[in-house]
Design a protein around this ligand. Structure first.
Ligand SMILES: C[S@@+](CC[C@H](N)C(=O)[O-])C[C@H]1O[C@@H](n2cnc3c(N)ncnc32)[C@H](O)[C@@H]1O
Length: 215
């Protein structure tokens, strides 16, 4: 029997979704809830240089913009970044820039005091590599905030879609520690309800916060 072809959610997939992204109230509420949790977990200030990796349309960054310094909104999807650029211009935001970036391939930009990433880690094939890159990109004392799905059975995207099926907290914590992170903490910040064949189902979203403590 032939195996079904795995479906890749590449940059073209997100390019096609970008214009409608902000119409989804769940995506908007998720961004606000994650921003609230980051605000409570990290002492944000206006000198902090921040990276939002896999920023999409900026639904996490925009709520935090007045509490941070320079913000780089980076994504591998040019379509998402077009929408972000329009929002920056329309709202007259002065502390945000954008960059088309895949950190598994492209050279890293400058260092940051804070890296945030929402619902992107499960799209990055090599978790250990991206955690190491995040660690290298942070200034000593800097914070990493990852929001993503708790481990699930593949039904969130569909079993044929080639992404991580969420993350086991203990396993991700161990990987983050191996990458050099300390002060690793988890909390549940949101839950995404989906109608599945067997009935309604909730998919919890965690926020992991961690620090680079090494010089
Ligand atoms: C599920 S969306 C989340 C968007 C946004 N963070 C939010 O919470 O609304 C995942 C985003 O990650 C981006 N992405 C996927 N793989 C990436 C990679 N390797 N490097 C950078 N961005 C990536 C996609 O283009 C997309 O914008």
């Amino acid at each position: 029997m032939t195996q079904p072809q795995a479906i890749q959610l590449d940059a073209a997939h997100f390019d096609a979704k970008a214009r409608q992204w902000d119409e989804n109230p769940v995506f908007r509420e998720r961004g606000l809830k994650i921003a609230d949790a980051i605000r409570e977990a990290v002492p944000l200030h206006q000198q902090m240089r921040a990276l939002d990796y896999g920023c999409g349309t900026g639904l996490l960054s925009f709520p935090l913009r007045d509490e941070l310094g320079a913000m780089l909104l980076a994504d591998s999807s040019g379509g998402m970044l077009e929408v972000v650029k329009e929002k920056i211009a329309a709202q007259g935001v002065s502390n945000m820039t954008t960059l088309q970036l895949d950190l598994l391939i492209d050279p890293p930009p400058q260092r940051f005091d804070l890296i945030v990433t929402s619902m992107t880690l499960h799209h990055v094939p090599d978790t250990d590599q991206i955690l190491r890159v995040f660690h290298d990109l942070l200034q000593p004392g800097g914070y990493l905030c990852i929001a993503d799905l708790d481990q699930e059975d593949g039904s969130f995207h569909g079993i044929e879609v080639d992404v991580h099926h969420g993350f086991d907290r203990a396993d991700l914590s161990r990987r983050a520690a191996l990458a050099g992170f300390a002060d690793i903490r988890f909390q549940t910040v949101f839950s995404i309800a989906k109608e599945q064949a067997a009935g309604p189902r909730d998919y919890p979203v965690f926020l992991m916060t961690a620090r680079r403590t090494r010089p």
